[in-house]
Design a protein around this ligand. Structure first.
Ligand SMILES: [Zn+2]
Length: 462
């Protein structure tokens, strides 16, 4: 109350400032909102503020106290808004937004072989990846994602567009054993990846990764080469594991065991590994995942839409395995809205468990923020609003007909609010969207290109 009184006096009589201890200078002060810290105590500050200097958060606390302590180059008034860590999408194939809706409601193999693979073979070029990534980044920024993990082709172009948009990305070129649009063999893809790592390692926004596709598409030889490359440069390894029953069957026939046990036997697993999906992980697989410190990316919407199955999320959380949330590529979702992913995750697991008490809203928000950061091995840098962490902050606006009244901020975020309620986004200390206006991307031009690609892709499938 003392600070509040001083603040009122200061407004009424500015010369008072001369008698106060000199305020510390910061670049940005986000002030006056409901601050959801997602720190270890899960503090929620009713009238809070976040101070940012450069790319880092320097303080999180009561708005009145921070207003006295800091003199900000720029202040964002967050009154009535939810101020929270940016969302982390732990599994994506960003450029696939251009294939959004190209074919739906089909069995996985028909969908892949009759539509996705031919559409990719005929259309995926460096330019396709450039515009696809720009469209994806625009959508992710608009819907509150500040960090995403990705694997696709021409990943160097994905990285360029990601950095240009101001987003943070953990990015890896997909390594496959058949010719893809930019590499003919897995050895070529591996060489590409090494060059890619050398180019981006140390970049504040792009974290290069090694991304072999899956245990059923990669051989022991290529997987071992991927792992040794990842270890040599100290970068993450991203791989699809146990996504479908078909995979489980194939791996059992080929190696007489599960994907996870096989990957463990050949020495691929460790704390810098991220599994996408993990739908069919057995109890023994989960014990291995836990022991090796592997992180998981849960993609409820993609798993539902492709009828892949339901990941054992309640068991995963009970075991304390790092678990993040993802959208997967837009062709199997069909959007990159993490708010929708949160809503689906919460409801899917309640239904499957036939228990509305499992996976409460707060646990889902954890999954989309600090949980995702842990899964990516980045929880020292992102995932919560705490001094010393990167300034990845979003402002969500609940002040609308569909957003009020609000009794519980976690419930509102998971069950009520949508990506469209994200108002402002700050990544690495830079404002990339202000009052729903994108700062870094030319949205009109991106939409025009998306329209051109729609025609081109439809024609290519005739
Ligand atoms: Zn995927």
């Amino acid at each position: 109350m003392k600070t509040k009184a001083t603040l009122i006096l200061l407004v009424l009589w500015p010369p008072l400032a001369a008698f106060l201890p000199a305020a510390e200078k910061v670049d940005l002060l986000v002030s006056g909102g409901i601050v959801l810290t997602m720190d270890a105590e899960r503090r929620v500050l009713e009238d809070g503020a976040v101070a940012v200097a450069g790319d880092r958060i320097v303080a999180v606390g009561p708005a009145a106290a921070l207003a006295l302590r800091y003199r900000a180059g720029r202040t964002i008034d967050a009154r009535g808004k939810i101020v929270m860590p940016g969302l982390i999408n732990t599994h994506n194939h960003a450029p696939m937004v251009l294939l959004r809706g190209v074919a739906d409601d089909l069995a996985l193999m028909d969908w892949l072989q009759k539509f996705i693979f031919p559409a990719e073979a005929r259309n995926v070029t460096r330019e396709f990846v450039q515009w696809g990534t720009a469209l994806a980044c625009a959508e992710m920024i608009r819907t509150g994602t500040t960090t995403y993990a990705d694997m696709y082709y021409f990943e160097d172009q994905v990285a360029e567009e990601t950095a240009r948009s101001g987003m943070r990305g953990v990015l890896g070129e997909t390594i496959l054993e058949f010719p893809v649009p930019d590499n003919q063999t897995w050895q070529e893809a591996l060489t590409y990846t090494e060059k890619f790592i050398r180019r981006w390692k140390g970049n504040p926004l792009v974290i290069p990764a090694v991304a072999p596709h899956a245990p059923y598409t990669n051989s022991e030889k290529s997987l071992k080469a991927c792992k040794s490359l990842a270890d040599r440069y100290g970068v993450p390894l991203i791989i699809h594991v146990s996504e479908t029953r078909d995979e489980v069957k194939k791996i059992l026939e080929k190696y007489g065991t599960t994907s996870t046990r096989w990957l463990d036997q050949i020495g691929i697993l460790g704390p810098s590994v991220l599994f996408a999906h993990g739908v069919w992980l057995t109890e023994e697989d989960l014990a291995i995942v836990k022991r090796r410190g592997v992180g998981l990316a849960h993609n409820p919407e993609s798993n539902m839409k492709l009828a892949s199955g339901t990941a054992p999320v309640i068991r995963i959380l009970a075991l304390g395995i790092p678990l993040g949330l993802g959208t997967d590529g837009a062709a199997s979702n069909n959007n990159l809205d993490m708010f929708e992913a949160m809503d689906f995750a919460a409801k899917l697991h309640k239904l499957v468990a036939m228990d509305p008490a499992v996976l409460p809203a707060a646990s889902v928000v954890e999954m989309a923020t600090i949980g995702g950061a842990r899964a990516l091995g980045m929880d020292k840098e992102i995932g919560s609003l705490e001094p010393g962490k990167r300034a990845d902050i979003i402002l969500v606006d609940p002040e609308s007909v569909g957003g009020q009244p609000m009794f519980n901020v976690y419930s509102q975020l998971v069950y009520v609010l949508k990506g469209a309620n994200v108002l402002t986004s700050i990544i690495n200390g830079k404002v990339v969207m202000r009052d729903r206006q994108l700062v870094t991307l030319d949205e009109r031009r991106i939409l025009q290109k998306a329209g051109e690609y729609q025609k081109r892709i439809a024609d290519s499938l005739k």
